[in-house]
Design a protein around this ligand. Structure first.
Ligand code: URA
Length: 203
């Protein structure tokens, strides 16, 4: 029965998927949201980033990673030559958890089919899992971020790199260094397997 449910919930195009989310009331986070934060970027990217969920700024703008954590991530992107528009960015939950708390199990579960559908449509070769929430929800609860960050994990067609959530970098200089190191590795692997450039080329 769960298979049938899954098939009904999967969309084979972006328009239908986005339309299905606009009025989502599958979990209690819908009551506090200003905007759904669906995701942003190149829908045919070979590189995808998955965060936890919208914060206040993201909720206001409807765009992922535009607040303080996002600005730190943008800085790393700039330093490493990653054009943000060339990758796809999404979150485990699409609506802001109150007070920026970690999404609860039922909330993540309710939202996860949307994210899975996004991954199916983007077909990335590499996924960067930003922090524990992304890691556990995508790869399983048995994974811990401290033990797995910086290590490649291959599953099916996709190679995963778990790393720190950018918000964790705000409090810890060491994590910032490790985050940069992890993303540098991602860029190197990316360049060895993708024919699409990550670099912004101005005319
Ligand atoms: N933190 C996240 O996990 N996602 C965002 O979009 C912003 C902050």
């Amino acid at each position: 029965a769960s298979d049938v449910y899954k098939r009904q919930e999967m969309y084979d195009n972006w328009e239908e998927l986005e339309n299905s989310i606009v009025n989502c009331k599958k979990c209690k986070l819908c009551t506090g949201r200003r905007n759904i934060v669906f995701g942003e970027g190149n829908k045919e990217a070979d590189l995808m980033f998955i965060g936890e969920g919208p914060g206040a700024d993201e909720d206001k703008e409807g765009i992922p990673f535009v607040g303080r954590a996002g600005q730190l991530m943008n800085k790393a992107f700039q330093g490493l030559g990653i054009d943000r528009s060339k990758v796809y960015i999404a979150n485990v939950v699409k609506c802001r958890p109150p007070g920026n708390r970690v999404p609860e199990v039922d909330e993540a579960k309710a939202c996860l089919d949307y994210l899975r559908n996004q991954v199916i449509l983007v077909k990335p070769k590499i996924i960067v899992l930003l922090g524990s929430t992304a890691l556990k929800n995508i790869l399983g609860n048995e994974y811990g971020i401290t033990a797995t960050r910086g290590k490649w994990i291959e599953k099916g067609e996709i190679t995963y790199m778990p790393t720190w959530h950018p918000a964790a970098l705000l409090r810890d200089e060491n994590k910032k260094i490790e985050f940069w190191r992890d993303l540098k590795e991602v860029v190197e692997k990316y360049n060895s397997i993708s024919s699409l450039s990550l670099i912004h080329i101005s005319e």
